[in-house]
Design a protein around this ligand. Structure first.
Ligand SMILES: Cc1cc2nc3c(=O)[nH]c(=O)nc-3n(C[C@H](O)[C@H](O)[C@H](O)COP(=O)(O)OP(=O)(O)OC[C@H]3O[C@@H](n4cnc5c(N)ncnc54)[C@H](O)[C@@H]3O)c2cc1C
Length: 449
C-alpha cells in the first residue's frame, strides 16, 4: 500500500464507463477542475472491447441507436461514431426449431411462413401504425396489458414480444412499462442501429480523448472505497481510495453500478437508493461470442428467436472485428427477472441457434467465450414505476448527500442503455460544474465577511 496522501479536485468522478466519461467532459467543459477515477486498468466498463487472437469482441452484442439522445450528446461533444447499419436484407426468425423469414417490411411480411394470413394483416397494420402511436397512457401499464388490448392474436403477440426483446433487451412483458418498450421499439425501427468499426472501444477512445483535451485528470487503477462528507459545514465530499489516498472535492459523481454506489455512500443515502423500484430486477442476458475462420452461409447474418428469447447476429459487418474472411458472431439469450441458466444449458441453446443459421460452423470455430449472466442495464423500467421516469434522478441524493450526484444507465428519465448513461452523464457533469461555481461564490462571500 502507498503512503496516505491527499489532493483536491472540484469535481471527482467515480467510474470511467460511458456515464463517467461523458460527465467528465461536460463538467470540465463547463469550467470545473475534474478528476476521474477508474478502478480497472482500462476505461470503458461494459462498453469495453476485448481482443482474442485475431478477433475483437464487444462485451456481448452492442449496437448504437442512431436517432437517440446518446447520439445527440456525442455530437455535442464532437465525438463522431463510425459504424455500419447491419444488413437486414435476409433476416431470419427462429420458431419451432425452423428458420422463417422475419417480417420486417412489406415483402417479408407477405412471403414469411412464420405467420398465417390473418396474423400477417394484423402484424402489418400494427407496425404501420406504430410511429403515430401515442404511448403516454401506456407508461404505467405493462406490455402484456398493451398486447391484450392491441395484439391479442398469439402469432402477432409472439413477434411483437421478440421485437421488444431485440429493441430493449428486456424479457419481462408482465412487468415492463409498455410505453417505454414501445418508445424504444419506435426508436429502433425509425433510425435503426449501427455496429461500430473496431468495436465500442473506438467510442471510449474518442470520449477519453475529448476528456483529456478538456483537461480532465484521468486515473486508472484507482478504486474508491468510500465517500464521506467533509469541510467545515459538510459542504464538500472526501473520497477515500483503496491505496490510502484521500481526495477532497466540491462535488462527487458516482458513475458506477447502483450496488457499488450504495456500498460507497454513507448508510442513510445508500438506504434512499435501495428503495428505488426496479433495482431488484436488473436486465440481464447470457452471451456467446464466437469467432469463425469463415462463414458456411454468407447471406445468413441474423436470426431472432420468436418462441425462444434468443438472438444471433454477425457483428463483423463492421470492420476490424474479425480477420480477412473470418466472422465474429454474437449470440444472446435474454433472461427473465430472477431466471438463471447453467453454462451447458445456455451454450447448447445458442449453439443450436447458430447451427440453424450457419450449418456446419463448428469445425470453423477459432475462438469463443460464454458470459452466463451479465447486467445489460441495472434497472428494469417497471410499469408500476412509470417506465423510465421511475429511475432515480441525477440529484436524487439532494437531501441526504447534497454533494453527491449519480450517473449511469439506471439514472435519469432519458435514454435507454448507453443512451441513458450518456444522457445522465451530461446532466450530472453540467450540474456538478454549476454546484462547484456556487460553492466557490459562497466561499468568496464568506471570506469577505
Ligand atoms: C451484453 C450487453 C449488451 C449490451 N448491448 C447494448 C446495446 O446494444 N446498445 C446499448 O446502447 N447498450 C448496450 N449495453 C449497455 C451498455 O454497455 C451500458 O449501458 C453502458 O456501457 C453502461 O455505461 P456506464 O458508464 O453507465 O456503466 P459501466 O460501463 O458499468 O461503468 C462503470 C465503471 O465504474 C467503474 N467502477 C466501479 N466501481 C468503482 C470504484 N469503487 N472506484 C472506481 N471505479 C469504479 C467500473 O470499473 C466501470 O468501469 C449492453 C450491455 C451488455 C452487458
Amino acid at each position: 500500500m502507498q503512503p496516505s496522501s491527499s489532493s483536491t479536485a472540484s469535481v471527482a468522478i467515480v467510474g470511467g464507463g460511458l456515464a463517467g466519461l461523458s460527465a467528465a467532459c461536460y463538467a470540465a467543459r463547463s469550467g470545473a477542475r475534474v478528476q476521474l477515477l477508474e478502478s480497472s486498468s482500462e476505461l470503458g466498463g461494459r462498453a469495453r472491447t476485448r481482443r482474442d487472437g485475431a478477433y475483437t469482441f464487444n462485451m456481448g452484442p452492442h449496437a448504437l441507436y442512431r436517432r437517440s439522445i446518446g447520439q445527440r450528446v456525442l455530437r455535442e461533444l464532437g465525438v463522431r461514431t463510425n459504424g455500419v447499419t447491419p444488413d437486414l436484407s435476409e433476416p431470419n426468425a427462429c420458431c419451432g426449431g425452423r428458420l422463417h423469414r422475419l417480417p420486417v417490411g412489406p415483402v417479408s411480411m407477405v412471403t414469411t411462413t412464420l405467420l398465417n394470413a390473418g396474423d400477417k394483416l394484423a402484424c402489418g397494420q400494427f407496425l404501420a401504425g406504430l410511429p403515430k402511436l401515442d404511448t403516454t397512457a401506456w407508461q404505467t401499464r405493462t406490455l402484456d396489458e398493451f398486447l391484450d388490448a392491441h395484439a391479442p392474436r398469439p402469432g402477432v403477440r409472439a413477434v411483437l414480444n421478440a421485437y421488444v426483446r431485440l429493441a430493449t433487451y428486456t424479457h419481462a412483458s408482465d412487468r415492463v412499462s409498455a410505453g417505454f418498450a414501445l418508445d424504444q421499439l419506435k426508436l429502433a425501427l425509425d433510425g435503426g442501429v449501427e455496429y461500430l468499426h473496431g468495436g465500442w472501444s473506438s467510442l471510449i477512445e474518442s470520449l477519453s480523448e475529448c476528456a483529456a483535451q478538456e483537461g480532465v485528470d484521468i486515473r486508472r487503477d484507482a478504486r474508491v472505497r468510500a465517500l464521506v462528507p467533509a469541510g467545515p459545514d459538510r459542504s464538500q465530499v472526501e473520497l477515500l481510495l483503496r491505496n490510502g489516498e484521500r481526495i477532497e472535492a466540491d462535488v462527487a459523481i458516482l458513475a458506477t453500478s447502483p450496488a457499488e454506489a450504495m456500498r460507497l455512500l454513507p448508510s442513510e443515502a445508500g438506504e434512499l437508493l435501495r428503495q428505488t423500484p426496479g433495482l431488484e430486477t436488473p436486465v440481464r442476458a447470457a452471451c456467446l461470442e464466437i469467432g469463425l475462420r469463415e462463414l458456411p452461409r454468407s447471406s445468413a447474418t441474423f436470426a431472432l428467436g420468436i418462441d425462444r428469447p434468443t438472438y444471433a447476429s454477425l457483428h463483423s459487418q463492421a470492420s476490424g472485428l474479425a480477420p480477412q474472411g473470418g466472422a465474429n458472431f454474437q449470440l444472446a439469450r435474454y433472461l427473465k427477472p430472477g431466471e438463471s441458466m447453467d453454462r451447458s444449458e445456455v451454450q447448447l441453446e445458442l449453439e443450436n441457434l447458430l447451427e440453424l443459421l450457419q450449418p456446419g460452423w463448428r469445425p470453423l470455430r477459432e475462438v469463443e467465450r460464454l458470459l452466463v449472466d451479465v447486467p445489460v442495464s441495472h434497472l428494469l423500467p417497471l410499469a408500476e414505476a412509470g417506465g423510465l421516469s421511475g429511475r432515480p434522478a441525477v440529484d436524487e441524493l439532494a437531501k441526504a448527500c447534497p454533494r453527491v450526484l449519480l450517473a449511469g444507465d439506471w439514472v435519469g428519465s432519458e435514454g435507454w442503455l448507453a443512451d441513458g448513461s450518456l444522457a445522465s452523464g451530461q446532466r450530472a457533469g453540467e450540474l456538478a460544474a454549476e454546484r462547484t461555481r456556487e460553492s466557490h461564490t459562497r466561499g468568496r462571500q464568506l471570506a469577505h465577511g
